[in-house]
Ligand binder design. Structure first.
Ligand code: ZN
Length: 132
């Protein structure tokens, strides 16, 4: 079974900490040991796992992505949001985390982030947990 989470984003580019949402899904399903698969079914958003302790890490990633992939550039895509598509491909649209003893096995400083690159929008995140 795939669980769909709805995520409302509020800015054009934004990282949203969804660690608590994923933990809730794992708890609801009562999985003690397994793999949590997360998939973003969008072409201008992504998902990543990175430091959750210092919020400047997220803003540093966002600012550096803006330098690598400027909003306006020599793009041909008619919709005008090529930068968002490129950032989404760089970050990726899926991730996974192991579950043991009913808990996400993230590193001490890790959090899970939904990455918006063309917001604000209402987004979806697919979550599937397979028991092992
Ligand atoms: Zn587009």
């Amino acid at each position: 079974m795939v669980k769909i989470l709805t995520i409302s984003t509020h800015s054009r580019v934004e990282f949203i900490d969804i660690t608590g949402d994923i933990e809730r899904v794992a708890k609801e399903l009562g999985v003690k040991s397994g793999i949590c698969w997360m998939f973003v079914p969008h072409t201008t958003a992504g998902i990543t796992i990175n430091e959750g302790a210092d919020p400047s890490v997220q803003s540093d990633i966002i600012n550096q992505l803006d330098k690598i992939v400027p909003l306006h550039g020599d793009y041909h895509h008619l919709e005008g949001n090529s930068a968002a598509h490129i950032k989404a491909s760089l970050i990726g649209c899926s991730d996974l985390v192991f579950i043991e003893d009913g808990r996400l096995k993230l590193g001490t400083w890790q959090s899970i982030y939904f990455c918006e690159f063309d917001g604000p929008r209402t987004r979806r995140l697919m979550v599937k947990i397979t028991q092992q």
